[in-house]
Design a protein. Sequence first.
Length: 369
Amino acid sequence: MSSDLSSPATQTFEIRPSAHPRSLAQRRQALTDLAFGTVFTDHMARATWTAERGWSDRRVEAYGPLSLDPAAAVLHYAQEIFEGLKAYRHEDGSVWAFRPELNAARFAASARRLALPELPEADFLASIDALAHTDVEWVPSSPGSTLYLRPFMFASEAFLGVRPSRQVEYLLIASPSGPYFTSGFSPVSIWVAEGFHRAGPGGTGAAKCGGNYAASLLPQQQAADNGCAQVCFLDAATETYIEELGGMNMFVITRDGAVHTPELSGTILEGVTRRSILQLVADDGREVHERPITLAEVKEGVADGTITEVFACGTAAVVTPIGTLKGTDFDLTVGDGSAGPVTEDLYTHLTDLQFGRRADDYGWMRRLV
């Protein structure tokens, strides 16, 4: 555990060190052969909200099981939200986050949609700073590895009535992780779901909440049964427009070099990586189109070569090339099935920036330690 507890963040979140942190040998073993989201650090950040007091008891404490009343509202009505971001170890040993203020803003927007209290940006960032300082030795340094950060909030009041909870818990846990896809940066196959939808108009599609992901699990299983790594959802109203994958936004590149992505319609989550890519490609002089994109258009464009690249993006995988699109009546290879040049350039640009191998011309990185 870091001995530097003098930062402003740690003054906001009281540090209550674990009485049983893992030894150096145990930590080194845990940091070997990392998967995604299976190992967790010694501590977690936490704060409590009540209707009477607002936010209080900001602290960093030992990671461990939670005690919940069986009547806790989240267990019955799924009133909860979460975020996902990473801490990156740079070559000089410093630790950085990528645009965490955007995660803070999205966390607040998700809270509004789920009738939860908004956590101030200052508290969101302070919790990250405090946990990063406390568990800095858990930030891995092996190639491509990161400390994945999972902030979440849930209704903890013991009450079975259907109304917003008057007691809420905020937590931040951290998981040293390897690549999201075990194959690394290589093309994946995508299954286009029919009859299943991630979200509908007026629903919670623009919020990052567990219910959206629960709805994706059955079609994700269907995708796996058909040899695909992820599932692509169509719009619920007409089942003709592509929206997003189970946990990532989608992009297509056309032969003229233009970049196209589904517009934010209220049913699509606005990804931090998506927003960053739109900035990068626009500054590269490419035409950018945020618009409705039909599945028929994508199928035709892939088949005749008008669409040269398709990729997905998100915090966990950063940028993932899509080599194959499959459905009940089609099986199409994008280009020659390999990652295209635009996809490769974006992946390299973003990962070099995040790991400190490239100048941060946009001011997107925030130092944690």
